[in-house]
Design a protein around this ligand. Structure first.
Ligand code: FE
Ligand code: FE
Length: 181
């Protein structure tokens, strides 16, 4: 493929991620606020700081390219953030809210992992060594965040006691109905 065409695509995709990361800087504090467990809240707060760093790294890459990072919207991240907002609007309680927030956050991380994997590969193809290293660092942080979210989801426990109560209630209701019939 032609170098100039790939470089154009590369810069275009970097602008897309730049917009995505900036949207996350705004969304992550809301996710942190909605989290029930301290661990999840801290996780979101830590990832917010990392995300600011991701914006910094992209700015650095654009500076080196002599290009502007702005000018592109990321409709995918707009959609993912919207889904996250819908989750926060649900009246989920406690760990259910946390489980749902983790699901929303992992969708975001997977999107970022895909995007950073591609631009990192293209940076390598283009011989943009410094950019490749910066993108790789961010990619690793996204993967670590994803793994931490999986750990938090796996550490949750399922409580059967309330369901047993419901079962009893249902049985007594059907008995009562049977008695009436
Ligand atoms: Fe990021
Ligand atoms: Fe991320």
């Amino acid at each position: 493929m032609e170098r100039s065409a790939l470089k154009e695509l590369y810069i275009d995709e970097l602008r897309d991620i730049f917009d995505a990361e900036n949207r996350l800087v705004k969304a992550l504090p809301k996710l942190a606020k909605a989290a029930t467990s301290d661990q999840l809240r801290t996780g979101f707060e830590e990832h917010l700081e990392q995300t600011k760093g991701h914006v910094e790294r992209l700015t650095e890459i654009f500076d080196a390219l002599g290009e502007k990072p702005t000018g592109k919207k990321c409709p995918a991240m707009m959609g993912l953030v919207k889904e996250g907002e819908e989750t926060m609007d649900e009246d989920f309680e406690g760990e259910i809210m946390d489980a749902a927030l983790i699901a929303a956050a992992q969708r975001v991380e997977h999107y970022e992992i895909a995007a950073y994997g591609c631009v990192r590969t293209w940076a390598d193809l283009l011989g943009e060594t410094e950019a490749s290293e910066l993108l790789e660092k961010t990619l690793e942080e996204e993967k670590e965040t994803d793994a931490k979210l999986t750990e938090l989801a796996e550490a949750m426990t399922v409580d059967d006691s309330s369901e047993e109560e419901e079962d009893k209630d249902q049985k007594s209701t059907s008995k009562a109905r049977g008695a009436k019939a």
